[in-house]
Design a binder for this molecule. Structure first.
Ligand code: FES
Length: 90
């Protein structure tokens, strides 16, 4: 008999609604995917897209374990992901 610990995956949800998508999330999908791949996180994270979060005014946005991150761009998203995954080198 063997036990397997069920590890709850972190969840990254990117808004693929038309507003966020047109204003940057189209590029951020690739950046997030590259980030996860480069750090071997793809198996530990559930990364997927959803329709409009209803927060278009503060987009482009994504959710990290349900917490909304607003006004993201190609620079700020790395810091946001580093903070979430705590991989920043000290
Ligand atoms: S399109 Fe992203 S919050 Fe509306």
């Amino acid at each position: 008999m063997s036990f397997t610990m069920e590890i709850k995956k972190k969840e990254v949800v990117i808004c693929l609604g038309s507003s966020c998508f047109a204003r940057g999330n189209k590029q951020l999908v690739k950046i997030v995917n590259d980030y996860l791949r480069d750090r071997n996180l793809l198996n530990e994270v559930r990364f997927h897209g959803e329709r409009c979060f209803g927060q278009c005014a503060v987009g482009p946005s994504l959710k990290l374990d349900g917490i909304l991150k607003e006004r993201l761009d190609e620079d700020s998203i790395i810091a946001v992901l580093d903070e979430f995954f705590e991989t920043v080198e000290k």
